[in-house]
Design a protein around this ligand. Structure first.
Ligand code: C2E
Ligand code: MG
Ligand code: MG
Length: 562
């Protein structure tokens, strides 16, 4: 028997077109009305539902579990709302239930339960996706950096509230050769290894440890159940041995080379930011000491203070004359000088003559490179003007941040104008492969600008960055300066020799001119001479020398090595 509710046509229309499931249940718990949406979702014809009891449709178990109480409440005059996961055929849906007492007239007895069910599965789906997008790294599925901050803060709070002094640690794990793997194998393999290292870590350290992908090539592990502080060192060793087990595909084998920096709570930090910073400082000193793991400690602190002092005197020295450009000759196949690379030196008031590696990273980190580089450019241009009659060029190193600075072109132009140099190709710009070229599209358009002005671009330290040849061919650079790492050992090892010649060959195929740097002996020179490269540079010909010495070489028109 079809129960007809006394609704006019409009209401009928609305009720049947609602996406909510609407039903009316009488005191005998039998369905007396259901709308079309409800018919559809449970996959039964209206005749199969109407007149049937709730138990018949849903089964006794489910009735008792989720429906009995709200129905009883409802007939006692009480509205009920709840959310439940409900099976619909093979699917589970998240349903919001609302039970309303239904009276034939106001003030009358409750004759029916009016039930609205609203499908919110989509909503919770969305929320879940948001959660995962926000807190999980998309490539590896591990927790991301953002969630690391939140989780660390929560653990710190917990320890503080419970006055729990037991140490726990943040282990920052860097896979040092991941970018190499990415370059030599593929991005996919590198990601797979990162992901798998996360799994290995999780399996080894257990459920109480949370693993994060804290940076592109880094994992972090929040290790809660340390037995003692020294246990951290022990654990680091075990982690390293777990992670360095090679991956093999039958065709090749890849062995992750990891390094770990550890910061401990509460000894090393009182906040998540400090803890993260300290673990990074630990990694840095591990790198400096070529150690596979380092625990952040007071000694590191001392080093940080030392660094600050360096920065302080750097700032003071920029405006006096304690910086000087040295020049290292670049020669042709006969040892004839073609030009020179300008290399910065600092006459430190206490430490003596310093190479850029000692101070440039600090300067860069604290934004004082700009002034320094500006001075370098102007002084290199002045020097170039003095040496014009010798027909040489000077190449200058441009830091990543300066390369990306829109003001660089103006700076270059004004340095050249001031020096009175009309041919921009006399000044070459060395841009290091790794950092500056990370954003390909931007790098290409920047380089194009320089090129249009007539400056020649060198890709410095070629082979050490992450760029593939495929991508390099898009760069409007003219010259590849192959890193000295590829020269080292070529006189002893035929494989190294082959590798270098392969790089040279590939570069030539892409129409690059090739400069090889870091040539230290005659054997290396003879080998490279056979490789069809354009220019040579290295201690074998000459170390970097002061301007006066370089000028004497030019005057004497000598062949290097002298
Ligand atoms: P780079 O541009 O790759 O410069 C080559 C470095 O290798 C120089 O070190 C040079 O002295 C060294 N070198 C040259 N031949 C040999 C060799 O045969 N064997 C060995 N073992 N080393 C050799 P330096 O002068 O210490 O410069 C280090 C880096 O500092 C440079 O690498 C460059 O990236 C940066 N740099 C130097 N001067 C400047 C500058 O004025 N501005 C900027 N932004 N960076 C600079
Ligand atoms: Mg260079
Ligand atoms: Mg270089």
């Amino acid at each position: 028997m079809r129960y007809t509710v006394n609704v006019n046509n409009y209401l009928d229309y609305i009720v049947h077109h609602s996406r909510d499931f609407i039903m009316l249940i009488d005191k005998n718990l039998r369905y007396v009305f259901v709308n079309k949406a409800y018919e559809k979702i449970i996959g039964k014809e209206v005749q199969e539902i109407i007149g049937k009891s709730v138990v018949e449709i849903w089964g006794m178990e489910r009735f008792k579990k989720v429906m009995q109480k709200p129905l009883v409440d409802c007939f006692n005059g009480k509205e009920t709302h709840y959310v439940s996961e409900t099976p619909f055929g093979p699917e589970f849906k998240v349903i919001e239930f609302r039970f309303f007492p239904y009276r034939e007239y106001e003030g009358g007895p409750v004759t029916h339960a009016l039930v609205f069910k609203h499908d919110i599965s989509r909503l919770s789906d969305l929320e879940w996706r948001l959660m995962t997008y926000e807190f999980r790294d998309q490539e590896t599925g591990l927790f991301n950096r953002q969630s690391m901050n939140i989780i660390l803060d929560r653990e710190i709070q917990k320890s503080q509230i419970l006055k729990d002094e037991r140490p726990w640690g943040l282990f920052l794990i860097v896979i040092e050769n991941l970018s190499e793997i990415r370059r030599l194998r593929s991005t996919d393999i590198a990601t797979l290894i990162l992901e798998n290292s996360g799994l290995r870590l999780q399996a080894f350290l257990g459920k109480s440890t949370t693993i994060f992908r804290s940076e592109a090539d880094e994992l972090s592990a929040l290790v809660m159940d340390l037995k003692s502080e020294s246990d951290a060192a022990f654990l680091a060793e075990s982690i390293l041995s777990q992670l360095s087990t090679p991956y093999g595909s039958g065709v090749f084998e890849v062995r992750p080379q990891c390094r770990i920096g550890i910061a401990l709570y509460p000894r090393h930090a009182a906040s998540s930011a400090e803890l993260i910073m300290r673990s990074q400082a630990a990694i840095n000193s591990a790198r400096q000491e070529s150690a596979s793991y380092v625990l952040y400690d007071l000694e590191l602190h001392a080093q940080a203070v030392e660094k600050l002092r360096m920065l302080d005197s750097l700032r003071k020295s920029i405006y006096d004359n304690s910086f000087e450009l040295y020049y290292q000759p670049i020669v042709d196949g006969n040892g004839k000088i073609e030009g020179a690379e300008a290399l910065l030196r600092w006459h430190h008031p206490e430490l003596g003559l310093l190479s850029p590696d000692r101070f440039l990273p600090i300067a860069e980190e604290h934004g004082v490179t700009r002034e320094l580089e500006k001075k370098t450019l102007f002084s290199a241009a002045r020097q170039l003007a003095e040496w014009t009659s010798y027909g040489v060029y000077i190449s200058v190193n441009i830091s990543a941040s300066l390369f990306e600075d829109p003001a660089l072109i103006e700076l270059l132009d004004s340095a050249m104008n001031q020096a009175g140099i009309t041919n921009p190709a006399q000044l070459r710009l060395e841009i290091t492969e790794s950092e500056s070229l990370r954003n390909t599209a931007k790098a290409i358009s920047r380089m194009q600008e320089f090129k249009e002005r007539g400056y020649l671009i060198y890709i410095d330290d070629f082979g050490t960055g992450q760029s593939s040849m495929e991508y390099l061919k898009k760069l409007p650079a003219e010259v590849l300066k192959v890193d000295r790492a590829f020269v080292e050992g070529i006189e002893k090892n035929s494989q190294d020799r082959k590798f270098l010649s392969l790089i040279v060959e590939l570069g030539r195929l892409r129409n690059f001119q090739i400069v090889i740097e870091g040539i230290e002996n005659i054997d290396q020179f003879h080998i490279i001479q056979k490789m069809q490269v354009n220019s040579y540079q290295g201690f074998y010909f000459s170390k970097p020398v002061i301007a006066k010495t370089f000028e004497e070489m030019l005057k004497k028109n000598i062949q290097l090595p002298a």
